[in-house]
Ligand binder design. Structure first.
Ligand code: DQA
Length: 143
C-alpha cells in the first residue's frame, strides 16, 4: 500500500510557523510518527509552495501506483479550482486535511473549493489530523 502525504504552501515551515495555531511539531517529526504507526504502509511525502507543482504531484501519484492521498492544500484550499479539477482528474481517493479548525477562524477559511472533490475532510486536530486522515483512507481502501 502506497499513500502520498501532500502539503501545500507555507507548510514547509511547520514547527516554526505560527506554532500557537499549527503546533510546534515539524513535518519530519509528524512523518516519523506516521511511519511508525503504519509500518506496513509506504508513505511518500511531497510539499510545494506552488499550485502547478501540487497538480503535478497528484498526477504523478496516480501514475506511480499510489492508492490514496492525504492532502493539506494550505491556503489553496480556499482558492483553487485547478486543484479541485486535479483531484477529480487523478481519480484517487483524497482526504483533505487541516491542522487547525478552519471553521473557527477567518471567514475566508470557511470555504473549501477542494472538499467537493475529496473523500472527506479532517480538520482541527493538530498534527493528529494527518494520522486520522491516513486511518480514514486505509478504512476506505480496505472496503
Ligand atoms: C491550513 C489552514 C489553511 O487555511 C491555511 O492557509 C494553511 C494551513 C491548516 O492546516 O490548518 O496554510 O491548511
Amino acid at each position: 500500500m502506497k499513500l502520498l502525504i501532500l502539503n501545500g504552501p507555507n507548510l514547509h515551515r511547520l514547527g516554526r510557523r505560527e506554532p500557537s495555531i499549527y503546533g510546534s511539531d515539524t513535518m519530519d517529526i509528524i512523518l516519523q510518527r506516521l511511519q511508525a504507526a503504519y509500518p506496513e504502509v509506504e508513505l511518500r511525502y511531497a510539499q510545494s509552495n506552488s499550485e502547478g507543482a501540487l497538480i503535478d504531484h497528484l498526477y504523478d501519484a496516480c501514475d506511480g501506483g499510489v492508492q490514496g492521498v492525504v492532502f493539506n492544500a494550505g491556503a489553496y484550499t480556499h482558492t483553487s479550482v485547478a486543484l479541485h479539477d486535479a483531484i477529480r482528474g487523478c481519480e484517487l481517493p483524497v482526504v483533505e486535511v487541516h491542522l487547525s479548525n478552519v471553521h473557527t477562524r477567518e471567514p475566508f477559511r470557511h470555504k473549501s473549493l477542494i472538499a467537493p472533490a475529496c473523500l472527506g475532510v479532517v480538520a482541527g486536530f493538530g498534527a493528529d489530523s494527518y494520522r486520522l486522515a491516513v486511518e480514514a483512507l486505509l478504512h476506505h481502501l480496505a472496503k
